[in-house]
Write a protein that binds this ligand. Structure first.
Ligand SMILES: C[S@@+](CC[C@H](N)C(=O)[O-])C[C@H]1O[C@@H](n2cnc3c(N)ncnc32)[C@H](O)[C@@H]1O
Length: 226
């Protein structure tokens, strides 16, 4: 089974011999390919939708691997003792945070969480830090023209309330391969948004101020990487 670069990147971060719970598994390609490769000891595929779960069941059966399927929201049908690694990929950052909030056992630090938000990455970092999760690593990958970030996270850390502009960059992101390219693209996107806000006929001063701080944070991070 060939994984797309985004899913291959997440797969590469799953520890050898892991017991994986893949939340929002959809087609189930991530756990099925890891089971096929003998990389993991066991896998659960959970999804809120019956259609996606049936798709995962077909994929698992076609490849002759044993994938334990659960129809549920988030981690509702997964027990902490059943897995040591949780992947939540291909969803918005807010949905990922909501899934973790509903499963406080993730905060204890006994599980590695691999989180790949499609949107609201800053908000997800902000939520993670506020709830005592440490971002140990950020991994960047490119698929077609888009860059994705995968956060390797563990609970059990100190809680820190940070303003959003402080969550645009993280120490782990600065260590990632490709950080400079990623931040350059982010700078262009956020600067364009700032220019648009400044040109608007009705200027929202608070919003413009917040956006300026955010742009300046990215600029400083880029300067630090030169
Ligand atoms: C875009 S797919 C991502 C599939 C796969 N994880 C990936 O990264 O390619 C999103 C999947 O998440 C499921 N989903 C959305 N919200 C969910 C939730 N709260 N709990 C569980 N699954 C959810 C959807 O049904 C869908 O199958």
């Amino acid at each position: 089974m060939v994984l797309t670069p985004r899913l291959a990147c997440i797969a590469s971060l799953v520890p050898q011999g892991a017991r994986l719970a893949d939340i929002g598994t959809d087609h189930g390609k991530l756990p099925v390919s890891l089971l096929l490769a003998g990389r993991i000891a066991a896998a659960i595929g959970s999804d809120i939708g019956e259609g996606p779960l049936a798709h995962a069941a077909r994929n698992a059966a076609e490849h002759g691997v044993s994938l334990s399927l659960r129809l549920a929201a988030g981690l509702d049908a997964v027990g902490p003792e059943e897995c040591d690694t949780v992947s939540i990929a291909g969803m918005g950052g807010q949905t990922i945070a909501e899934i973790l909030a509903a499963a406080p056992w993730c905060e204890r630090g006994q599980h590695l969480l691999l989180l790949q938000p499609m949107t609201m990455v800053y908000e997800l970092r902000q939520w993670l830090w506020a709830h005592g999760y440490a971002i140990a690593r950020e991994t960047l990958c490119r698929e077609d023209r888009r860059q994705y970030v995968v956060l390797s996270v563990r609970g059990g850390a100190e809680k820190a309330e940070l303003p959003l502009w402080r969550c645009v960059v993280s120490p782990a992101l600065l260590q990632a391969d490709g950080a400079k390219d990623y931040l350059r693209a982010l700078f262009v996107k956020e600067k364009r948004a700032l220019d648009g806000m400044e040109r608007a006929s009705a200027i929202d001063k608070a919003r413009v101020g917040a956006q300026r701080r955010l742009v300046s944070e990215i600029q400083q991070a880029l300067e630090g990487l030169q």
